[in-house]
Design a protein around this ligand. Structure first.
Ligand code: FES
Ligand SMILES: [Fe+2]
Length: 352
């Protein structure tokens, strides 16, 4: 049972047009699969936010995505094959080109009017295939500012689920209060939110590491007294975390690399959210550089694991209430406004 449906009479909570609304699938880039999972001349179907989609790769390596049920009698196109760079349906061999047009029907020459399929924008980035719930995307897959135009090494993490909507789990990045209360990081952090465009926000947090507890003193010796991290949210379907900002080795040398992670979010069905963590670092030169990059990816995974477990307790046990936010929660109020302005897509469970 959805938590939103509990205590409805005794603990009323505000509802929103988009925010925390399981019926609305907003525009945005959604994770399909790792690039390597779809080889040339192959087709697979996927359930993305409840929508059944067929994605195929032609002989040149190009990708295309369309609705996943054949326009003839509705067979799953994912069990078909790729013939002459077209998807061929398993059942009666109707063929679809990458624009979703049916171009061949073995049983007759004439192609019926209602035989084409909706197509969806698709992009390959960070070793992942991404899909957008419209034929054209309003912007490209989120760019990590620190990694712009750089060669990167990527490691896909294990996907996991949460019971709350991803609009809620993403509050994690803009709630510095919980760093103290949940993660026991006793730092006062300044937070700055900036709108990059109508679908992207940047959140920057920084502060001074206290000098009281043993762990704080130790941290100050190794990484200096300053610490910062930033988040970039795109459409609420992608979040890029850059951490270890402003740190200096032994407080002096500006050589500690930042740590980058990307989180991809999608709802599976009401009450189930899928999160895919993606670990990413720039590809360093030489064998030592390469090994360091690999080590850095492993350390990123370790750091993520620690925080994930602590945060999990919150995000699997919450019926989010936006009706009692305090002044200190202002970034969250701002974020809710941002989410409510996002456009709903045709994958939504209700017609907009
Ligand atoms: S169901 Fe696909 S060709 Fe008949
Ligand atoms: Fe957290």
């Amino acid at each position: 049972m959805l938590t939103e449906l509990r205590n409805q009479q005794t603990q009323k909570i505000p509802s929103h047009s988009v925010f925390n609304n399981w019926d609305v699938i907003t525009e945005g880039w959604y994770y399909v699969c790792g690039s390597k999972e779809l080889t040339r001349n192959s087709v697979k179907s996927f359930k993305i936010c409840g929508q059944h989609i067929a994605v195929f790769r032609n002989s040149k390596g190009e990708l295309a995505a369309m609705d996943g049920y054949c326009a003839h009698m509705g067979v799953d196109l994912g069990i078909g094959s790729v013939v002459d760079d077209k998807i061929q349906c398993y059942f009666h061999h109707w063929k679809y080109d990458k624009s979703g047009n049916c171009v061949h029907i073995p049983a007759q020459k004439e192609i019926p009017k209602k035989s084409c399929l909706n197509t969806y924008a698709i992009q390959e980035e960070y070793g992942v295939i991404w899909i957008y719930p419209a034929s054209e995307a309003t912007q490209k897959v989120l760019e990590v500012p620190e990694l712009k135009d750089r060669e990167v090494l990527v490691s896909l993490g294990e996907p996991y689920e949460r019971t709350c909507h991803h609009h809620i789990t993403m509050i994690n990045g803009i709630d510095p209060q919980h760093l103290k209360t949940v993660h026991n990081i006793q730092m006062d952090m300044d937070l700055n939110i900036e709108m990059v465009n109508e679908a992207t926000i940047d959140i920057e947090l920084s502060g001074t590491i206290p000098n009281e507890r043993f762990i704080e003193k130790l941290s100050r010796i190794f990484i200096g007294s300053n610490y910062g991290y930033s988040m970039r949210y795109q459409f609420t379907t992608l979040a890029a975390l850059t951490t270890l900002k402003q740190t200096k080795l032994f407080g002096k040398f500006d050589i500690i690399p930042v740590m980058n992670m990307i989180f991809s979010y999608q709802t599976i069905e009401p009450g189930r959210t899928k999160v895919v963590p993606i670990f990413i670092t720039k590809k360093r030169r030489g064998i030592h550089g390469f090994l360091f990059s690999l080590l850095w990816l492993q350390l990123s995974k370790l750091a993520f694991k620690v925080l994930q477990d602590e945060d999990g307790a919150v995000y699997d046990n919450i019926r989010f209430n936006s009706g009692n936010l305090l002044t200190i929660d202002k970034p969250i109020t701002k974020y809710i406004g941002f989410v409510n302005r996002l456009k709903s897509s045709p994958w939504s469970r209700v017609e907009s």
